[in-house]
Write a protein that binds this ligand. Sequence first.
Ligand SMILES: Cc1cc2nc3c(=O)[nH]c(=O)nc-3n(C[C@H](O)[C@H](O)[C@H](O)COP(=O)(O)O)c2cc1C
Length: 327
Amino acid sequence: MNLATDYLGLKLRSPFVVGASPFCDDTALAERLQDAGAGALVMRSLFGEQFESAPLPVAPPAPDASAVAMDAFPEYAAYQFTPEAYLRQLRHLKSHLAIPIIASLNGHHAGGWGDYARRLADAGADAIEVNFYRVVTDVTVAADEVEEAMLAAVGQIAGAVAIPVSVKLSPFHTAIAQLAVALELAGARGLVLFNRFYQPDVNIDDLEVQSQLRLSESSELLLRLRWMAILSPHVRGTLVATGGIHTAADAVKSILTGAHAIQIVSEVLRHGPRAISSLIVGLQQWMGEHSFADLDQFRGMLNTSRCRNSSAFERANYIRTLQSWGR
Ligand SMILES: Cc1cc2nc3c(=O)[nH]c(=O)nc-3n(C[C@H](O)[C@H](O)[C@H](O)COP(=O)(O)O)c2cc1C
């Protein structure tokens, strides 16, 4: 059974990609993920804030050297890799692994990313994933300003390198469909749906706001499936599902709605590399039961391509679902 897939123009032997996370910090662990069947690995992100005070610092900057208010950010040393160390680790991974290694840049505007993106490409990155994690709290910033900054950043990075660039999107945009197409026009070869926002909770005993990193659950996939199905007929590049993929059934649903690949992190954090081998076995088993020999045979089968007005369809489904309560 053939699980090969196209990912931003790269040929992957399996659709299971380990998403941006600390796994690639350790080359031996990255090799185990490769041995378990991962099609590619995404390195943890390098953050835009690391470039804003001084481009490509090789040593931690003095605390007051920053042009932006850095006090809210972790100490420089708290970032796992300096930009130089990131390049070193990328070269190390590339010299030990055969599967594609994807670098990740994380911020909300291009800043000094153009030069650095070139250095990532020179160090061997097979692709760059750009994560626009941003919570817009400024009451004077409008949606189009946010999107224009994203498009400019994608244009800058994609224009600087020959390797493919993908964008990891937030679900909190007003018009995701238009934005998705605009990102492709700006140079993105693929979209990763969606970023997970780490939402603080409130501790009612200590009367404090609590930051926490909760691993995902399969229920979070539903939001991704909806947008995968909506965008799949309209985008030309690669669609990647991420957020809440834990079982082979989750992977099958993602592909049926249009995903070319699936990024997983929480499941691998819980179960280690064997999570990937079990997903592969489960996907192959399902394909066997349904007589599919490769992913192309069922990719996008349940997307909205046969629906002439998917907005009206979504609205009708919404009303029908509300009416179905208690029946
Ligand atoms: C410990 C941890 C570290 C992560 N680090 C990054 C990161 O550096 N950059 C990024 O874009 N996403 C990061 N993520 C988000 C994951 O790449 C992924 O999008 C998210 O966990 C959803 O996938 P999952 O449901 O399989 O966990 C991280 C997630 C976890 C749990």
